[in-house]
Design a protein around this ligand. Structure first.
Ligand code: SAH
Length: 365
């Protein structure tokens, strides 16, 4: 039988698991805090040795393995991480390849933002995104998402520098397609006895699963919601994001408004600028008004970013526009009355965007 992953346990669940041992209540606290600080079970020296042995014997206590690290000129670090595929741990066969995920640490003037993956692969199949190229392998558990944060936080914390201060759920995967695990992850990573990252410093990005956005609004968290819009109308959006065939932009904007009503957090719309066959696809000046009109009337913000093309796809149909085209589009959106900024492409000399490092690694194998 597969051992349960120790990082999946909430504080209360850990307390329950320890009950049969008749250990004092504070043991659960000690273990929870140490684990979340990145201390391996064998090194939690403030608990008895037999308790350490019992944990190691009965649970999977491994942080993910680091496969590669790429460091960009601007300091951005991209980690390719591996988890054992569940079938391998169940029958010991080691037949299936490891489950690869990636996360990116960005240094910002206000702190260090970690971009985490929520699924191995993705099933949304957005045309410009590397994460979905080979479909979904599996959901990550809450503890597996948390362990990305624990590992990278530990590696980047020094006596003079804080590790991870902000989190964005913008790595591989569609967070709202792995709803329950992602909600549990949010509870774990904001737990006062753990890493304790404030919900306001966390952003969840979705390709736009409308019913799930409404459900998320009901959770009453202070997490920032980002919605991948990428087109000013349904017809264009359907050409690059299959999910647009399921939900209209109107339904999506209504769900975003509902999120604002419930949480009072300003919603962010992400919009990657792209050319199709060399001509503006979603970033012609004439489309700026159409975009601004969509989001007018409630506190929201449009985040533009230039498409990050796949390094090894030389026949790409979708390519980034020039700086001039991008700036002209941004100016036109602002003139049409929407709040809008251009995000700097960080880490674009490495496989910066979603799923690119993982895809390259898999194709080279
Ligand atoms: N599945 C979620 C979160 C992951 S991606 C979502 O779709 O929102 C985070 C953002 O990066 C999304 O807006 C996504 O559309 C965008 N993205 C993915 N690949 C990209 C690329 N190559 N260039 C620019 N943006 C990209």
């Amino acid at each position: 039988m597969t051992k349960q992953y120790l990082y999946d346990f909430s504080f209360d669940e850990l307390k329950d698991a320890l009950k049969p041992l008749n250990a004092p209540r504070f043991r659960a606290e000690q273990i929870f805090t140490a684990l979340h600080q990145g201390v391996p079970v064998a090194e939690i020296t403030n608990i008895p040795k037999d308790l350490r042995a019992w944990l190691a014997e009965n649970f999977n206590c491994n942080l993910p393995e680091i496969v590669t690290v790429q460091t960009s000129r601007d300091g951005t670090k991209k980690y390719l991480l591996a988890y054992e595929h569940p079938e391998n741990t169940e029958n010991g066969a080691k037949m299936a390849p490891k489950d690869l995920i990636e996360c990116v640490l960005l240094n910002q003037n206000y702190g260090n933002t970690l971009c985490v993956s929520t699924q191995v692969g993705c099933r949304m199949s957005c045309r410009f995104c590397a994460s979905g190229k080979n479909g979904l392998v599996r959901n990550l558990t809450a503890g597996e998402i948390l362990a990305e944060v624990i590992l990278i936080n530990k590696l980047n914390t020094t006596p003079s520098a804080r590790g991870v201060t902000n989190i964005v759920l913008m790595g591989s995967g569609e967070p709202l397609d792995n709803y329950d695990n992602v909600m549990k992850f949010l509870r774990l990573v904001t737990a006062p006895d753990g890493i304790n990252i404030s919900a306001r410093n966390i952003s969840l990005s979705t390709s736009g699963l409308v019913p799930r956005i409404r459900q998320f609004a009901e959770e009453n968290t202070q997490v920032n919601l980002c919605i991948s819009l990428h087109a000013p109308n349904d017809e264009l959006r359907q050409q690059i994001m299959p999910v647009a065939k399921k939900y209209t932009i109107r339904e999506l904007i209504d769900a975003a408004k509902y999120y604002f009503e419930k949480t009072h957090r300003r919603v962010i719309f992400e919009y990657s600028l792209m050319l199709k066959d060399g001509v503006p696809f979603n970033c012609a000046v004439g489309q700026a008004k159409e975009l601004a009109n969509l989001v007018r009337g409630f506190p929201s913000h449009i985040n533009l970013i230039n498409l990050n093309p796949l390094h090894f796809d030389s026949h790409a149909v979708l390519t980034p526009p020039s700086r001039e085209v991008a700036m002209a589009f941004m100016d036109a959106v602002i003139k049409s009355g929407a709040s809008c900024t251009m995000r700097k492409n960080k880490g674009d000399d490495i496989d910066g965007a979603c799923g690119q490092l993982r895809l390259r690694h898999m194709e080279q194998k």
